[in-house]
Design a protein around this ligand. Structure first.
Ligand SMILES: NC(=O)c1ccc[n+]([C@@H]2O[C@H](COP(=O)([O-])OP(=O)(O)OC[C@H]3O[C@@H](n4cnc5c(N)ncnc54)[C@H](OP(=O)(O)O)[C@@H]3O)[C@@H](O)[C@H]2O)c1
Length: 284
């Protein structure tokens, strides 16, 4: 299948594009400079040139705190950009796969969210990503909306690399212990996306590493695996005082993935081990 991926130079895009090729697809990976999703003419030109059979919208304004002070830009990229792509897909008759986030939920629950649970984003980032979901739902009847969470991968600056570097440099780390979620490795996510495309059952999906943790316990696992003895002190979200509100509990049950017969991702611990083993030599 011919697939066009937006945001191909992003963290997910850098693992997704080569992996889709391994699955036998012809992939056009477009970076920001080649395809600006907020520019209707740029979107039209790219879709007319490549005529993909599926578009994956991975481009996004992902700076969660930055979105709070740049609301218009966040909605322009995540909302309008996705809408323009959906219109392009409509004209082409091609399905769209849209990457969304656990931050569409408010995080006040105490059990994993399923796909039909009520969304109620608290941050501008979450709201703008939900605007993207709504554009896809309004304009297309052949789409995948894929909500994922806490991504890390070798194609971008990420939490795992930051913590193993800081763990070596600092005498102590203070990390938020009251947010619960599921770390997800971009490679494991990419495999699930490829399998979802093969299954062809359109709809909304939660796709995350299995199991849940806090940023604090995640950090402890990273340092333990690396043999770093630096103590990690739990702090509260309020103590950290970031501009954007984060959900306290945004664990996603991957219910529809199971129903579609797509294998669940490995546990977050297993993927972390693999990622650390693969990248150890590079970061050291
Ligand atoms: N990272 C996470 O923890 C996480 C969690 C849940 C969901 N997601 C979603 O998963 C997807 C991939 O995330 P990621 O971590 O790979 O993001 P990322 O590393 O920030 O990559 C996003 C890419 O989009 C590009 N981009 C920004 N504005 C654009 C525009 N107007 N037109 C075209 N490209 C544009 C960026 O290019 P420039 O840098 O050049 O602007 C960047 O290469 C996103 O949709 C994100 O919302 C991420």
């Amino acid at each position: 299948m011919k697939i066009l991926v937006t945001g191909a130079q992003g963290m997910l895009g850098q693992d997704l594009v080569p992996l889709l090729r391994e699955y036998g697809h012809t992939v056009v990976g477009t970076g920001h400079a080649e395809l600006d999703v907020t520019d209707g003419a740029s979107v039209r030109a790219a879709l007319e040139l490549h005529r993909p059979e599926l578009v994956i919208q991975s481009a996004a304004y992902t700076n969660v705190d930055g979105c709070e002070s740049n609301r218009l830009d966040a909605f322009r990229v995540n909302g309008l950009g996705t809408r323009l792509l959906a219109i392009g897909c409509q004209q082409l008759g091609a399905p769209l796969m849209y990457l969304s986030t656990d931050y569409v939920f408010d995080g006040t629950g105490d059990r994993p969210y399923i796909e039909i649970d009520r969304t109620n984003p608290q941050s501008v980032y979450g709201q703008s990503k939900l605007a993207g979901e709504q554009a896809v739902q309004e304009l297309l009847n052949q789409f995948f909306i894929v909500r994922t969470s806490w991504l890390y991968g070798r194609g971008g600056k990420n939490f795992v690399d930051t913590m193993r570097t800081l763990g070596r440099e600092k005498p102590e780390l203070a990390v938020v212990g009251d947010q619960h979620g599921s770390p997800t490795w971009t490679v494991a996510l990419s495999h699930a996306l490829a399998r979802l495309i093969e299954r062809g059952i359109y709809g909304t999906y939660h796709v995350t590493g299995q199991g849940a943790t806090t940023w604090h316990d995640f950090t402890r696992a990273i340092l333990a695996a690396e043999g770093i003895a630096t103590p990690v002190r739990p702090i509260t979200t309020a103590e950290l005082g970031r501009p954007a509100p984060r959900p306290a509990y945004s664990v996603l049950e991957n219910l529809n993935l199971q129903l579609a017969g797509v294998p669940l991702l490995p546990s977050w611990q297993e993927s972390l081990e693999t990622y650390l083993a693969q990248t150890r030599a590079v970061v050291r």
